[in-house]
Design a protein around this ligand. Structure first.
Ligand SMILES: [Zn+2]
Length: 237
């Protein structure tokens, strides 16, 4: 019977991707409580600082949703998260982006070809498209990946930096725009090594300002906080 229930939930889409609870009405992946929580998280205004902005902090809920975007085959999650980001819609990120020289060129961090084949889409490109629609701007594939990069998650901070520092090269159009702002877009900002390597690829004499925008900021303390929150959730079951 159990598998039957699960198939039913899957078919009718009643299982919330955030809390796993069964809700009568989902929108389309989250129950009303999780949507509220998502909007609250985005208001927290946790960002890496400098020229980098993140729409959400890494929390148990946002971790599950970005996991669904990257590994669950749900590319539509990118638009969903951007649209539910109060930081973008009327919040501090929306305000900051509106002050940069226009137009905004959203440049996704490229995926390696092998991973793109396996996943079928580049999640950073999906986020960039959603930002371009919501904030206004264009998506530009101005970066290319040079070398294969082994999975970042298993490496130390130093090893990650070495691993990605020379991973990208620029693929700019012949006629470079004379004004505007480049916004490098990625899914998760952890150490900043990936986006720094992207900025470095543009070179010192690149004439336009470059900013960074990621969906999630995995701030150094959140790993412990998530672990605690996950344990608490298990106790509540
Ligand atoms: Zn929920």
């Amino acid at each position: 019977m159990r598998w039957f229930e699960n198939v039913g939930r899957f078919v009718f889409g009643t299982e919330c991707l955030g809390c796993g609870g069964v809700a009568e009405r989902l929108d389309p992946w989250l129950c009303p409580d999780c949507i509220k929580e998502l909007e609250r998280e985005s208001k927290a205004g946790v960002s890496p600082g400098g020229d980098a902005y993140s729409l959400f902090p890494m929390r148990p809920l946002t971790r599950r949703l970005v996991h669904a975007l990257k590994y669950g085959g749900i590319p539509g999650m990118a638009t969903y998260l951007v649209r539910h980001s109060s930081a973008v819609r009327g919040g501090f990120i929306g305000e900051e982006l509106s002050m940069f020289p226009k137009p905004l060129y959203f440049v996704p961090v490229p995926l390696h070809r092998a991973r793109l084949r396996e996943r079928g889409y580049n999640q950073a490109e999906k986020i960039a498209s959603a930002l371009a629609v919501v904030v206004g701007g264009r998506v530009c594939r101005w970066l290319r990946r040079k070398t294969f990069v082994v999975s970042q998650t298993k490496l130390s901070k130093e090893a990650r930096e070495r691993n990605v520092s020379d991973a990208f090269e620029c693929a700019l159009p012949k006629e470079l725009p004379v004004r505007g702002t480049v916004v490098v877009v990625d899914d998760v900002f952890t150490t900043g090594a990936t986006t720094s390597a992207c900025i470095a690829a543009f070179g010192h004499d690149f004439p336009l300002p470059i900013k960074v925008c990621t969906l999630i900021y995995d701030e150094p303390a959140s790993v412990t906080a998530d672990y605690v929150a996950d344990c608490r959730m298990e106790w509540n079951l």
